[in-house]
Design a protein around this ligand. Structure first.
Ligand code: SF4
Length: 351
């Protein structure tokens, strides 16, 4: 490599000064103004599952409604779950609240500065703790997300496949953090992320615009897209389920799902359990929330982290609301439902 780690870092920071993405939770590059750890943490949790463009409106909505971590800690669970709807992976929303409450009750409403203390908060894994420590407190934390793994695997042409290469990639990133006498650890972490997101992209990296090209071994070998090397993935399991959409006039039966498990604590329609084989038509009445003339409206496919789900959507009209007390106005439901149920409502002709 014709560039020392220190020069590589300097080149990257210079590039960041001119090219940093303008994101609502950031301060401008080079700024030493205090930055609110609550906002850094919130954005990082949101970004774990989605893109910056998709997360931005949610970030604005959350910070307008709950401007401080203590405000969020005082929020009602259903309000936060509903505001999270559409961001996916609902366990995160539950951890979000648990974490806000821990910061409020155990740390006087201030996020701790130490990475180890951050890690002891609910839902803060090694990545988020490092990101908050670096970005909010300029600590020399080693922040490695998918973007950083890609950049580093290319810079050093790491042949070991992911996920086994994670430790090596982390150690190589740590080498670039350790030479940071500039104290710009937050900017460095974000510069790596930005380089991965905008220049060192998964497909067709723009090596011509890359500030660290002369240090890049994958570029020198003419094969950036061969990195990171990945183990072949096992195919994602397919599961099946039934979802029941019972209407009564303008109302639809929906209930808060049990706290634990997939989509826990979220609003949803009654479902069968998920299983590995498709359901036969006559099985609907076994799992239906009440006897009715159930009609098949169509199918919904949704990909969760660990499996794909195909839901058969069944609809029926209830003659009256009966003893069920969890009826919701159809128009209100659309924004409060997690994506998979919002899709089902649409298939049923109500979304
Ligand atoms: Fe990525 Fe190309 Fe830059 Fe190497 S030269 S870090 S492959 S963008």
């Amino acid at each position: 490599m014709s560039m020392s780690p220190r020069s590589l870092r300097q080149n990257l920071l210079r590039w960041y000064d001119a090219n940093a993405r303008d994101l609502p939770w950031r301060r401008p590059p080079g700024s030493t103004a205090a930055i609110d750890p609550y906002r850094v943490w919130l954005s990082e949790v949101m970004l774990q599952q989605t893109t910056t463009a998709h997360a931005a409106p949610y970030f604005h909505a959350f910070t307008a409604r709950w401007p401080t971590v203590e405000d969020l800690a005082r929020a009602d669970d259903p309000a936060v779950m509903a505001a999270w709807a559409g961001l996916g992976y609902y366990a995160r929303a539950r951890n979000l609240l648990a974490c806000a409450r821990a910061v409020a009750s155990q740390h006087g409403g201030r996020f701790p500065r130490e990475e180890a203390q951050l890690r002891s908060l609910p839902g803060l894994g090694p990545y988020t703790a490092a990101a908050v420590a670096a970005i909010a407190f300029d600590a020399p934390a080693v922040v490695v997300d998918g973007n950083v793994e890609r950049v580093v695997s290319r810079l050093y042409a790491v042949e070991k496949p992911l996920p086994n290469a994670k430790e090596s990639l982390r150690a190589l990133t740590a080498g670039l953090v350790a030479v940071g006498a500039d104290g710009r650890h937050g900017d460095f972490a974000q510069a790596m992320m930005d380089l991965g997101a905008t220049v060192c992209r998964p497909k067709a990296p723009v090596c011509g615009a890359c500030p660290v090209r002369s240090a890049c071994q994958a570029y020198a070998q003419g094969r950036p897209e061969d990195f990171p090397v990945k183990l072949k993935k096992a195919t994602t399991p397919q599961k099946y389920g039934l979802v029941f959409i019972l209407r009564c006039g303008n109302a639809v039966l929906a209930e808060t799902r049990p706290d634990r498990g997939l989509l826990g604590g979220m609003l949803g329609f009654p479902t069968s359990p998920w299983r590995d084989t498709p359901f036969a038509e006559d099985e609907a009445e076994i799992f239906a929330p009440m006897r009715a003339a159930w009609r098949m409206a169509g199918e919904v496919n949704h990909v969760f982290t660990h499996f794909r789900l195909q839901l058969t959507v069944l609809t029926a009209e209830a003659p009256s609301r009966g003893s069920h007390n969890t009826w919701h106005e159809r128009v209100r439901l659309q924004t409060a439902l997690p994506t998979v149920f919002a899709k089902a409502l649409k298939v049923a002709g109500g979304g």
